[in-house]
Write a protein that binds this ligand. Structure first.
Ligand code: SAH
Length: 248
């Protein structure tokens, strides 16, 4: 299998691509690539490039794209996952990695009534995003924006399908049946926004406010899932309902 590297669009200059320093070091010193070898470079904005290497030194690796495709590995549904900030950093990091694999475009950390932790380690998250992007065969680098308050994120959401995961659901229904119904309808939804609470869950008032703003409360089954499991489950359900429609 050809190794995949990441280089942002700014690394494509003229007809050439210059790998970022850490990617260059990896190509030259760890994988011992040589001039003439072919690699795959994804640019994080939907571009997949087969690149022939022109010269390889540990401090600089330059190549020429010989074939470019768009949207490889991407779903045709724009999926946003809003998740309450988690107390356990490693659990949030697991969610970052799995979200990338499952096709999430935006993982929005949320401040809610029951979140405790403030802030995230941006550089570590960026590294996780890039590693998962390359590993999973995607071409769009998902975003993890700065945390926002739930009551600001909810009214701004304009996705075709909006869902809030909650353990006690009276209105709404099971996630899978709500999604199936949405994807069977015409026109097919182009965007989905799913909310998942922090460890302590959403308050009833938060669920009511989201429902008033157009989010359907949905259940993920009779067991109480940890927040990151709930996020992964919801993303997997959307990915499977939407179909893995990569254009590769
Ligand atoms: N309130 C719970 C735990 C919350 S679990 C308590 O402490 O008792 C964290 C989040 O995961 C919830 O806010 C919800 O969004 C989601 N979640 C977990 N299990 C779920 C289920 N069975 N159905 C729907 N959402 C669930």
């Amino acid at each position: 299998m050809t190794t995949t590297f990441y280089a942002p669009p700014s690394a494509f200059r003229g007809r050439r691509v210059v790998l970022p320093d850490d990617e260059a070091r990896h190509a030259a010193t760890v994988l011992r690539k040589e001039a003439g070898d072919e690699i795959v470079v994804v640019d994080g904005e939907g571009g997949w490039h087969r690149v022939q290497l022109d010269h390889v030194r540990s401090e600089q690796v330059v190549g020429t794209p010989v074939e470019t495709r768009r949207g490889v590995g991407e779903m045709d549904v724009d999926l946003t996952l809003g998740v309450g900030l988690l107390k356990h950093r490693n659990r949030f990091e697991t969610l970052v990695e799995k979200s990338v694999e499952l096709g999430v475009r935006c993982l929005q950390p949320l401040r809610t009534a029951r979140t405790e932790k403030e802030g995230l380690r941006a550089e570590r998250i960026q590294n996780l995003l890039v590693a998962a992007l390359k590993q999973s065969g995607r071409t769009v680098l998902p975003s993890v924006p700065a945390p926002r308050p739930l009551d600001a994120a909810v009214p701004d959401a304009d996705a075709d399908v909006r869902l809030i995961c909650h353990e006690q659901v009276d209105a709404g229904g099971a996630l899978l049946s709500v999604l199936r119904e949405a994807f069977d309808a015409a026109p097919r939804p182009a965007s989905v926004h799913v909310l998942v609470g922090p460890e302590g869950g959403f308050t009833d008032a938060e669920v009511r406010a989201a429902a008033d703003a157009g989010f359907t409360p949905v259940s993920l089954g009779p067991r109480r899932l940890r927040a990151e499991t709930a996020g992964i489950t919801a993303a997997a359900a959307v990915a499977l309902c939407a179909g893995a429609d990569g254009t590769a």
